[in-house]
Design a protein around this ligand. Structure first.
Ligand code: NAP
Length: 358
């Protein structure tokens, strides 16, 4: 029996910001299944693609879902949702890697001002005792070549991203400045503590068809032929969305939880991800079969999308590694990543997000 459903035990009420998101969907599912009351904020509670799946999962679940409207850039807009909450899980932040012209407006300002805005409301809300922040390994490092400066050639929670900026890796910059701000604000008081979850690239089935998360788009690209001619020799840390969601609950309810937690199951190159998919789905989709020579990626990458020459020279060809021991000590158990990618790609197919190769 879990804490929320034990008779006589007070159930903390939990605020989840960005409730419509890919990761938040799983967090809310687990909270509702375990009997918690969830105050969920979205920008538009009347938009079926944002909240339809949440309302459905709340039907018949032991927990209770209450929807609230809040915007990261709207000062004070989280206050009503926070009333009576003991735990705040702040997941909302734009996760887009392309399709914008002003990186500051699209990414950095919502991430930084949004975190400040949420935490100012936490400061004003006496019931809140703990904040769990969805940060990222993007707040740990900026470019893969930084692995060379680590003592044991492994990224740990000790590291901070000091290299990203609005013009170079703006998403990474947005996560680094937001997490720094959160720690700064936490250290200015003693009532609430802060635990951060720092996932690498998150994959695995999505509970929402509406998410704009870059996690979903990168998997679509693998199967729709856009990468048919070859992938850059890029290594990513990868982790299942369900582990990331579980980590939020462990961080929230384990009294001894503290500090940062890298969430990473393993490291894979883009080609290794494609190979996992090809082994399962055969020749039905035009998965990439080779790595493109780095000089070609350097020459043509900038013509094809958001990939810059500076990004290529600092990332392509570098192996990276993460220490996940703090998350395992928290209680996270990692499933094999094959399961993650196969289930996720199957869902992309089922949702009609790509067409089968003729
Ligand atoms: P997602 O599906 O795009 O979710 C992000 C959420 O942020 C959306 O639901 C969106 O809500 C909300 N949001 C964006 N701008 C907002 C604003 N101005 N005001 C209020 N809400 C706003 O992405 P995700 O992958 O689940 O990411 C969730 C968190 O995990 C983010 O903090 C991200 O940086 C972090 N993270 C993700 C990954 C990954 O690989 N997916 C890895 C590491 C960390 P609306 O419905 O209102 O648009």
């Amino acid at each position: 029996m879990n804490q929320a459903t034990q008779p006589g035990i007070t159930r903390p009420t939990v605020l989840v910001t960005g409730a419509s998101g890919y990761i938040a969907g799983w967090i809310i599912k687990y909270l509702l299944e375990e009997g918690y009351t969830v105050h969920a904020t979205v920008r538009d509670p009347n938009k079926p693609s944002s909240v339809g799946h949440l309302l459905k999962m709340a039907e018949g679940a032991p927990g209770t879902l209450k929807l609230f409207k809040a915007d990261l850039l709207d000062k004070g807009s989280f206050a009503a949702a926070m009333e009576g909450c003991q735990i705040v899980m702040h997941t909302a932040s734009p996760f887009v890697l392309e399709g914008f012209t002003d990186a500051n407006e699209a990414l950095v300002r919502p991430a930084l001002e949004g975190t400040r805005n949420v935490l100012e409301s936490v400061n004003a809300c006496a019931s809140v005792k703990r904040v769990v922040l969805t940060s990222s390994v993007a707040a740990v490092f900026g470019d893969n070549d930084e692995i060379g400066q680590t003592p044991d050639k492994v990224f740990t929670e000790e590291h901070w991203n000091n290299t990203s900026s609005v013009s170079h890796n703006p998403y990474q910059f947005s996560k680094a400045v937001a997490e720094r701000e959160a720690w700064k604000m936490q250290q200015m008081q003693t009532r609430w503590d802060l635990v951060t979850i720092n996932p690498s690239m998150v994959y695995g089935p999505s509970l929402t068809p509406g998410s704009q998360s870059a996690s979903i788009d990168t998997l679509v690209q693998m199967g729709d032929g856009r990468l048919r001619t070859g992938v850059p020799k890029l290594t990513y840390g990868v982790v299942d969305v369900r582990e990331v969601a579980r980590a939020h609950l462990l961080a929230a309810f384990k009294p001894e939880a503290s500090g940062r937690h890298i969430l990473n199951a393993t490291e894979l190159t883009m080609l290794q991800i494609a190979n996992i998919l090809r082994r399962q789905f055969g020749k039905a989709y035009p998965f990439p079969r080779m790595e493109a020579p780095t000089f070609l990626v350097w020459a043509f990458g900038p013509l094809m999308g958001p990939i810059t020459r500076s990004f290529v020279s600092k990332n392509v060809g570098y192996k990276i590694r993460f220490d996940n021991s703090r998350s395992r000590a928290l209680g996270v158990q990692y499933r094999p990543v094959e399961e993650t990618f196969i289930e996720h790609f199957q869902q992309v197919v089922n949702d009609g997000l790509l067409k089968k190769k003729r």
